[in-house]
Structure formats: structure tokens, C-alpha cells
Write a protein of this length. Structure first.
Length: 103
């Protein structure tokens, strides 16, 4: 998995958690509000928040599983091809060194 993609996914999950927390805070703040319409809106919002939390937990579990699978695949590759892995790492290090040296 691409490191940038993982960072974006992690940020999206963190942002989503913040939105859920803010929505829960709004629901707690409106607890004392009277009226049938407010009560209906609170119930709908609470149901949607519960669904969102479940989906977020499922998404996190899927991402963790995918990250672990990618790590296992990389580990297996390095164990099966140690010299090739060393060569690739050296090549990447050389390219990064050249790019940094140009600055």
C-alpha cells in the first residue's frame, strides 16, 4: 500500500472521528430542548451516528488487516529474495541521496 494513501486514509478516519465526537456533543447539548420535532431529529441523528461508528470500526479493521497483509508480503519477499531486497534498498537509497544532494 502506498504510504501517501495510508496517510490520507488515516487522516480521513481521524477527521471522521472528530465529526462523530462533535455530533455527539451537539446531541448532548440539545438534551434539554423540548419539542417533538427536536426529539425526532435527535433520534435520527443518534441512529445515524451509531451506524457511522459501526462502519468506521469495520473500515479501521479492514485497513489494519490490509496493512498487516502488506507487511507479511514484504517480509516474505525479503526472506525469499534477500539479495534482491538489499539491492533494491541500496538503489532507492542512492536515488534519494542524489536527489537530496542536488539541493
Amino acid at each position: 500500500m502506498n504510504e501517501m494513501t495510508q496517510v490520507n486514509k488515516d487522516k480521513l478516519i481521524a477527521d471522521f472521528k472528530v465529526v462523530i465526537a462533535d455530533a455527539e456533543e451537539i446531541l448532548r447539548a440539545t438534551t434539554g430542548q423540548a419539542g417533538e420535532k427536536i426529539a425526532d431529529l435527535r433520534e435520527k441523528a443518534q441512529a445515524r451516528l451509531t451506524t457511522a461508528k459501526i462502519k468506521l470500526a469495520e473500515t479501521e479493521a479492514i485497513l489494519v488487516d490490509k496493512a498487516k497483509a502488506a507487511g507479511r508480503a514484504a517480509d516474505d519477499y525479503v526472506h525469499d529474495n534477500p539479495w534482491r531486497a538489499v539491492g533494491i534498498a541500496a538503489g532507492v537509497g542512492l536515488v534519494i541521496g542524489l536527489l537530496i544532494g542536488r539541493r
